[in-house]
Every structure is written in C-alpha cells, then in structure tokens.
Design a protein around this ligand. Structure first.
Ligand code: NAD
Length: 419
C-alpha cells in the first residue's frame, strides 16, 4: 500500500482514540452497519481531503464498509493526528497521505497523491482537493460523479466556481445541512475553540474581554461558551442583521478599531481575510492573545504582525509565538493563526461529528445512486437525509418526540380553517 504518514508505530494509541470516538458516534455506526450489508459504494474509487482526526477515521471506516476504495489526505497541515493516521494504515488498511506539521509543498504533494488515486467521488473540507483537480487534472475531473463539501469556506469557493462556470461536476454542500452547521459549527466549534485556546495558554476566561470577530454559526457558538466561562464577550461584524442579533443576544458589539484597544483575547471566525491587521495590532494591549478558528490562516495578517515586531519569540509555549512590538508590548499569536481548535485541541467532539459525518456518508451514497442525474452545481443535502440523521441522533440519546395527529396534519395542510 502506498501512503505517507509520520510513524506506523503510533498505531496502538491511534486505534484506542478511534474506538473511543466511535462510542460517541451512534448515527454513523448505524450507517456503517447498513453500508456493510448493502455495499452502496462498491467499486467506487474515492479520495477525501479532511482533517485527519479520530472522528474522520470513523467516517473512513464507514465509507470503506460501504465498498469504497478510499484514500485520505489532510485538509490542513496542523490538524492531522499522527497516531490516527498510523492506525488507519495499519489496522484499517486505509491509505493516508498526511503528516502533522507538514510544509506547504508536502501538503500539496499529499493532495496530488490523493488525486493520482483517480477518484470518481471526492470529499473536501475547504475545497482544496476539488480546486486542484479542476486546475491541474481536468481528465480526472471529467470522471467525477460528485463531491461533498464539509465547511463554509469550501462552499463559498465552490459557489464562486459554479458562478464562473468553472465547476465541472456536482457538489453536495454538506456544510449547509442543518444537521451539520447548527450543531457542528455552533456547538462543536464553540466548545473546541475554547478548549484549544485554554490548552495553548491556560488562560482564565472569567473577567477577560473576549473579542469575537464574526457572528455566524461558529461565532455564535464561541460567544456563547466564552460567556458561559465568565468572559466579557465583544462581537465585531460587518452584516447589520448579524450584528443586531448579537446585540439582542446580550453581547457588546463594536468596530474592531474600538475592540482592539480593550480586548484580552481575540478570536476570528469569519472566513474572511485580514480581519485583524496592522491598524489593530498597533492598538492592542500588552499580552493580548490572538487566535483564529476560521478555516484558512488568512484571517490574521501575520506578515503585518511580523512587520511591526522588533523580535519574534517562537514557541514560548506550545502553540504560542510572541511578537514583541517596538514599544515593548507583547502580542501572542496562537497556533500560527491556523484553526486553533484543531491545532491545539482535538477538533470537534465526536458527538457532533457523528451527525456531520453520517450526513457525509449518506450524501456520498446519494451522489452514487443519482449518477447521471445531477449537473455541475452546488446542491443542498436532501431533506430526508437531514430528518433521518436528526431522528436517529435523538433516538440514540433516548429522547422521544411527539408525532402529528391525523387532525393536525389535516389542519396544517388546509387553508379553509380559520378562527
Ligand atoms: N474551527 C472549525 O473547526 C470550524 C468549523 C466549521 C467552520 N469553520 C470555519 O469558520 C468560518 C466561519 O464559519 P461560519 O459557519 O460561522 O460562517 P458564517 O458565514 O455563518 O459566518 C461568518 C460571519 O463572519 C462575518 N464577517 C465577514 N467578514 C467579517 C469581518 N471583516 N469582520 C467581522 N465579521 C465578518 C460575516 O458577516 C458572517 O456573519 C469559516 O471559515 C468556516 O469554514 C471552522
């Protein structure tokens, strides 16, 4: 088997981690059981570019159980769990191309290796795999039945490709499924971003001014959790409706120019570029902590920060680089500006990835079942899939909900009945 990982000897630890995550993934487990009987992905070559974590390993096992001939590569150079890659190769026979801390060249070499597998179905977290196929491997692109996209940033890129006529095969925006973003982006990113920051810094959030840039699903989740730990949360936004929502949710909202002066901790979650830049670093307090949990490491203008520094103290603590300004102020950049929840913690807890990844697996089945019927556009996840995933998750939690009575169904379907 062809693969490129850090060290096969780490497999024992990785297997334990994969099995531990599996305990909290009952919906995905049910998909795997059905897949292993029905083999809906049989004979299909697949490449998936994802954060290679214990939860992703369980998605990989599910796709493999469904009959897919699967190869995995990393969707971020810092998020790979090396023990998990070892176990995937050794215990589950799934080829992986991912090494934690790999440089940019290796990152793209690994994506190329996943493409050389000649997949007919792909899965992405940030659209790097699809972008590389469309740019450099048009022949492989022609054979692709469809792709799944896991994150907001990827969906934005893919919709731009669709608009420009550059997209050549159908894509399912798994990110936009409510069973994904309502839970994964909000509760998953909410908890794990705080977890990553605390692991990296040991900061006490109580009493701190925590500035959160972006009040989308991720920003809402992090704001909620930071407040829960006693932080004074300040939100910055560019969309009036979102900003108003943050105000009504009880947060202070102001411009980054004003927030920069008082923030103790800054977290960007916008999917946008240079949200924290030179003019903001110039205003920050001594000791400010700066982190990003948006998809790409572009939200913080690191070059501008370096340009302002008289000294850069690398790794003063794991995941912390300290930039010393000419006036002596110290600004601490966490996780090199990459997703802090994956760099310094373990990414989303398995319980939320359960729903995202069950949706991913079912969307894969949908793409294969609908071969020839889908066109080169970005599709939403079918409602039946969403309902099924939510219902199973509730069931696994032992929660029963009401069902509509015949009278209620009739009432909701009719327009004759008024007061
Ligand atoms: N860390 C993770 O594990 C994780 C998980 C899911 C998504 N993400 C990523 O997090 C980012 C946000 O995702 P989301 O689902 O919340 O997206 P979203 O589109 O719902 O929210 C982003 C918000 O940022 C705001 N924004 C844009 N530019 C801004 C600026 N300059 N200043 C302040 N606000 C600005 C937008 O108005 C929007 O309200 C994306 O890059 C996504 O891919 C990360």
């Amino acid at each position: 088997m062809n693969y490129d990982i850090k060290d096969l000897n780490l497999a024992t630890e990785g297997k334990k981690r994969i099995e531990w995550a599996e305990n909290d993934m009952p919906v995905l487990r049910q998909v795997r059981e059905r897949f292993s009987q029905e083999q809906p992905l049989r004979g299909h070559k697949m490449s998936a570019c994802l954060h290679i974590t214990a939860e992703t390993a369980n998605l990989g096992r599910t796709l493999q159980a469904g009959g897919a001939d699967l190869v995995l590569c990393a969707s971020n150079p810092l998020s790979t769990q090396d023990d998990v890659t070892a176990s995937l190769v050794k215990d589950y026979n799934i080829p992986v191309f991912a090494v934690n801390g790999e440089d940019n060249e290796t990152y793209y070499k690994h994506i190329a290796a996943a493409i050389e597998h000649r997949p007919v179905v792909t899965m992405d977290d940030g659209a790097d795999l699809v972008s590389a196929i469309l740019a450099d491997y048009p022949e492989i692109g022609k054979n692709i039945l469809g792709s799944m996209e896991e994150t907001t940033t990827g969906v934005i890129r893919l919709k731009a490709m669709e608009r420009d006529g550059a997209l050549k095969f159908p894509v399912i925006a798994v990110n936009d499924a409510v069973t994904k973003n309502l839970f994964d982006n909000r509760y998953g990113t909410g908890q794990s971003t705080i977890d990553g920051i605390i692991r990296a810094t040991d900061v006490l959030l109580a009493g701190k001014n925590v500035v959160i840039a972006g009040y989308g699903w991720c920003g809402k989740g992090v704001s909620m959790r930071a407040r829960g730990m006693g932080g004074n949360v300040i939100v910055t936004e560019v969309e009036p409706v979102r900003a108003l929502e943050a105000v009504m949710d009880g947060f202070r909202v102001m411009s980054m120019h004003d927030a920069a002066k008082i923030g103790d901790l800054f977290i960007t979650l916008t999917g946008n570029i240079h949200v924290l830049r030179k003019e903001h670093f110039q205003l920050m307090k001594d000791g400010a902590l700066v982190a990003n949990s948006g998809h790409f490491n572009v939200e913080i203008d690191i070059d501008a920060l370096a340009g302002l520094a008289k000294e850069i103290r690398k790794n003063i603590r794991n995941f912390v680089d300290q930039y010393v300004m000419h006036d002596g102020r110290r600004i601490n950049l966490l996780g090199e500006g990459r997703l802090i929840n994956l760099a310094a913690a373990e990414g989303h807890p398995a319980s939320v990835m359960d729903m995202s990844f069950a949706t991913q697996a079912l969307a894969t089945e949908y793409v294969i079942k609908n071969e020839g019927k889908l066109t080169a556009q970005v599709y939403t996840v079918p409602t039946e899939v969403e309902d099924w995933v939510a219902a199973l998750k509730l069931k696994s939690m032992g929660i029963t909900i009401d069902e509509l009575t015949a009278e209620q169904k009739h009432y909701l379907d009719s327009w004759e009945m008024g007061t």
